[in-house]
Design a protein around this ligand. Structure first.
Ligand code: BTN
Length: 259
């Protein structure tokens, strides 16, 4: 099984195109790839700056309703796998090898599904539901990867692969991303969550264990303890209690955007 890919030079948002095609009867899995977006969107109604050069993609696939809450983790681990496969030093598709041999160790995760390179955001994932059926949820998985420029983000430091010494053709990453996402979701469907969860935890940077979690009006300070079996973030808060959180924006204490 592969994603049928529809490519565009410019779209409002690949999420809108994916939704339109699905409403018109195109069956998942399919993907949208755009060279630029004029109204790219991020999580929580934010704007996702989308100039030419980076990857803007939406993958439409179906997922079991009982696993829907774990889809952000399957998505980010699929993305992580694709980046390692395509940008890793040994891959012949890599035009220019990463400057640093430690590329693998520089690629880390921030809860729930942000991918960081060298501590800075390199990619974002937006999940939308296109339809809830009795035995499946049709997911629209929007993925933006900064391959050649770093749109300014008011909340987080950002970076891009080119500035970090990795130059890869967007088309190679897109192709690999499709395979890795399908593998990751199929692994999840086949009882793979315990292993995906361990993988996710292993990719959380211990340097970033002090966390500020922003939830609407309140900001919670704590130390990262775990990702629980529901995918919730487990923190030891300042008063020594262990609490788990289902929502919020994570900031790392001490980073420029954490004030
Ligand atoms: C985030 O806020 O971190 C999520 C950003 C998701 C951006 C991608 S780019 C492709 C797809 N189309 C959009 O409009 N947004 C997502």
């Amino acid at each position: 099984m592969t994603f049928t890919c529809y490519s565009f030079d410019s779209v409002s948002s690949s999420m809108d195109v994916a939704s339109d095609l699905y409403q018109k009867g195109i069956s998942p899995p399919f993907s949208i790839y755009a060279k630029e977006q004029t109204q790219g969107r991020g999580r929580r109604g934010r704007t996702w700056e989308s100039p030419q050069g980076n990857i803007y993609a939406t993958f439409v696939l179906s997922c079991s309703p009982r696993l829907f809450h774990l889809s952000p983790f399957a998505a980010v681990l699929g993305l992580h796998c694709a980046l390692l496969n395509v940008a890793g030093p040994a891959d012949p598709k890599t035009i220019h090898h990463p400057k640093r041999e430690d590329f693998h160790s520089l690629l880390t995760l921030k809860w729930p599904n942000d991918l960081l390179l060298n501590g800075k955001k390199i990619a974002g994932i937006l999940l939308e539901v296109l339809e809830i059926k009795q035995d499946s949820v049709i997911l629209s998985l929007g993925i933006g990867v900064n391959t050649s420029s770093s749109p300014l983000h008011v909340l987080y430091p950002t970076t891009n692969l080119k500035d970090e010494g990795v130059m890869i053709p967007n088309e190679s990453l897109m192709e690999c991303l499709g395979h890795c996402l399908l593998d990751s979701f199929s692994f999840l469907e086949n009882g793979g969550w315990p292993s995906l969860r361990r993988k996710w935890i292993s990719l959380h940077d211990p340097k970033h264990s002090l966390i500020h979690l922003q939830q609407e009006e309140q900001r919670i300070k704590g130390t990262f303890m775990d990702l629980d079996t529901n995918g919730h973030l487990v923190l030891e808060t300042d008063d020594g209690t262990i609490k788990s959180f289902a929502t919020g924006d994570v900031f790392f204490a001490g980073s420029s955007a954490s004030a």
